[in-house]
Design a protein around this ligand. Structure first.
Ligand code: MLT
Length: 324
């Protein structure tokens, strides 16, 4: 009887401590895991949001870049992290393409995470090194076709949107290029600037400054319509690559089991950041579009991820490139 009372007492203390930890959250810095290299497109979005969220949460949001296997190393790490409200994850379409790309995936994107919010959408740009001998998409395609065996295509590995976009581009023009994977498009961009690789599809959140500075050649954008930040760039579709469309979307996740009150407060912090004039300006300058407030809910992100898994699965399967 005495033992039973002590146990009940201990459970009560533990429950009270748990409730106290939730009520006072956050009491220390929060980690936001980024699955690609520092300085790249996902990192830029994470750091912009993180800086603003740090203000509203009263604790620093620390960015941790966990690299490898097209984002799946980081996703697996977060899926297995403690659900204590101090680890979060930002990822893009890669969360939806990984199940089709990897035969043995150690996590389930739909089941092993809590869903916090969507965030921003980003167009992609088709680029080549500055001295690539083609001045428009038609010339680029003709040159690639004539020199297929010599052209390198950079990407950030299987699961990266640069890989997805590059795969669709090769399929659309009927070529197979040598793909050079990096651990993010930040190092891939360095290789493009240095002329070690020839072409790359990458997000405006990294490419706009390089395009505007004339450091790379731009052949078009991957969205249905032209983008405000690059008004003179035609879409790939309007230049003849019928229905070519890749838009990068970002979601924020937490390990499964993260307490609901913490998820709700994190959701509020993300939505507050998305209304911060500094965030709006930075995203605008880089061609990113903030997702409408009504869609920034955990439920909307879960539904969206499911629809993206359904959309990309068959496209990837037809592409025939997989990893174990
Ligand atoms: C990055 O942040 O490096 C990119 O999002 C990688 C990619 O998916 O292309």
């Amino acid at each position: 009887m005495q033992l039973k009372r002590s146990l009940i007492g201990l459970l009560g203390v533990a429950a009270a401590a748990f409730a106290h930890a939730q009520a006072n959250w956050p009491t220390k810095p929060i980690t936001l895991v980024v699955p690609f290299a520092a300085g790249g497109p996902t990192d830029v979005v994470a750091r912009t949001l993180g800086a603003s969220m740090s203000k509203s949460l009263g604790q620093t949001v620390v960015i941790e870049n966990k690299l490898g296997a097209g984002g799946t190393v980081a996703a697996n790490y977060v899926a297995k992290a403690a659900p204590d409200g101090y680890t979060f994850f930002i990822h893009h379409n890669g969360m939806a393409t990984a199940p089709a790309l990897y035969r043995k995936l150690a996590f389930d994107p739909l089941k092993d995470f809590e869903f916090v919010s969507q965030a921003v959408e980003v167009p992609m740009t088709m680029l080549a090194r500055k001295d690539f001998p083609a001045n428009n998409l038609q010339e680029m395609v003709a040159y690639i076709k004539a020199n297929q065996s010599k052209i390198n295509l950079a990407n950030a590995g299987l699961g990266a949107v640069s890989q997805l976009c590059g795969m669709m581009f090769q399929r659309a023009i009927g070529v197979q290029l040598t793909e050079v994977p990096f651990q993010g498009t930040a190092p891939a961009m360095n290789a493009l600037l240095g002329g070690q690789v020839d072409v790359m599809c990458d997000q405006t959140t990294q490419t706009v400054p390089q395009i505007k500075a004339g450091n790379v050649k731009l052949y078009g954008v991957t969205t249905k319509n032209r983008v405000k930040v690059l008004p003179n760039a035609p879409t790939l579709a309007e230049q003849g690559l019928k229905d070519f469309e890749v838009v990068v979307w970002h979601g924020i996740y937490a390990p499964k089991g993260t307490p609901k009150p913490i998820l709700e407060r994190m959701n509020t912090a993300v939505r507050t950041a998305l209304k911060d004039p500094d965030v709006i300006k930075r995203m605008d300058d880089l061609g990113a579009e903030i997702v409408p407030d009504a869609t920034n809910t955990p439920d909307a992100l879960h539904k969206w991820l499911q629809s993206e898994i359904n959309k990309w699965g068959p496209v990837i399967k037809a592409g025939g490139k997989f990893a174990d």
